[in-house]
Design a protein around this ligand. Sequence first.
Ligand SMILES: Cc1cc2nc3c(=O)[nH]c(=O)nc-3n(C[C@H](O)[C@H](O)[C@H](O)COP(=O)(O)OP(=O)(O)OC[C@H]3O[C@@H](n4cnc5c(N)ncnc54)[C@H](O)[C@@H]3O)c2cc1C
Length: 404
Amino acid sequence: MKKFQVVIIGGGPAGAAAALYFKEANVTVALVDKAIFPRDKSCGDGIPLKTFRLLEELGFKEEELFKGGFRISGMSVYAPDGTPAHFGKASVDSATKSGCIPRKYFDNLLFQKAKHKADAVFEGYKLERMTKITSGWLLKLKDIKQGKITEIETELLIGADGAGSFTARKSGLFPVDERHSFEGLRLYYAGKTFRNRVEIFYDKRILPGYVWVFPVAENRANVGIMAPRRNSRKNKTGLRQVFDTVLQTNPDVKEALSGAEPDSSVRGAMLPLGNAPGKRTADHLILIGDAAAFINPLTGGGIYFALQSAKAAARIGAKALQKGRCTEDDLSEYERWYKDVLSPGFYYADWFKRRFASDQFTNRFIKSASRFKPAATFFMMIYGRPLPKRVFWNPLFWIKIFLR
Ligand SMILES: Cc1cc2nc3c(=O)[nH]c(=O)nc-3n(C[C@H](O)[C@H](O)[C@H](O)COP(=O)(O)OP(=O)(O)OC[C@H]3O[C@@H](n4cnc5c(N)ncnc54)[C@H](O)[C@@H]3O)c2cc1C
């Protein structure tokens, strides 16, 4: 039976990045994904600037990333009452500069690089069973096309298998948690020239969720919706129906899409949100990306955290492997990293998400962001960045907000 120091389940952004980071640490790596790449993934395709910094660190060039995507220079947010607030490099914050890259292209770029570097790749293999053994995990993989079963062993299992993660469920670390989940849908529109800015529409019927129009090319845009999962249950209306209603009746969304037509089918997925309770490590196991519920509770953005958690897992995991000990205790640095680095930002974003459930608050907030630059800067920071612990107690934070 083949043995690897690290086996990564999932070749999305989290898993592919983890393979690259672990290889930098000279560890033997096997990468497993049930899909054959290029594969599609339901997403807004929005990639913020800070993500590009990590991608460059992994050896990706801006030109190759944007070959399949579109550069964005600003963001417009519409309040439920229609008040717009425009953010852009010139006026507020360069962190609003970002790009939109369809996931079919983006994920394939990452996966192919990881495939090239990994010691073994099981593409089209699904993890069907994981059994704890003294030295790590015994994994049963099923070849999706031929049904053949392959068994491999690892000292350190990395769960990067996305929302509803098999590794999280089977290890008992992280149950699917509806209270801390958004659900999302997206499709593509084509047929008009889109502005090179992302547009976000807060509509009273889906708060604290929103509808977006994210251009992925001059004449093509990703259009989607995300909303709390419990909204569908409470209103007894499926998200698809709500999405259609908003597309047909919200005047700002209609205006943004006028002249364009749907160009793809609708695709949906869950978004496990970053404040979900649970542990992210066990003996010989680390969860990263969506498998660990690392998604910003206000924005639904998770690609940055997928990469960031891959990097932290590789740093901490490689150290544990070097010592020859990967117990939960040996991996506890990862839990501390989550609590110190990611969790405070998720906490603030979650606080805002709960306020944004009220249309009055959202109207007032976006109106003030549209008129008062410090409020806009504050919003962009909450919206686009993981804020450090106790940031609101730090006078420098407020000086930065008011002097920017
Ligand atoms: C509608 C929607 C819109 C979004 N918009 C944005 C956005 O604009 N910007 C942003 O930053 N984030 C966005 N997100 C979040 C983003 O999509 C995720 O955070 C990101 O995909 C996480 O990457 P990941 O690698 O952890 O998981 P994934 O990308 O889901 O990858 C998981 C991989 O694991 C594989 N896998 C699963 N189970 C198994 C198994 N048993 N065996 C083998 N392989 C398995 C899957 O095939 C998949 O390739 C959005 C999400 C949704 C649903």
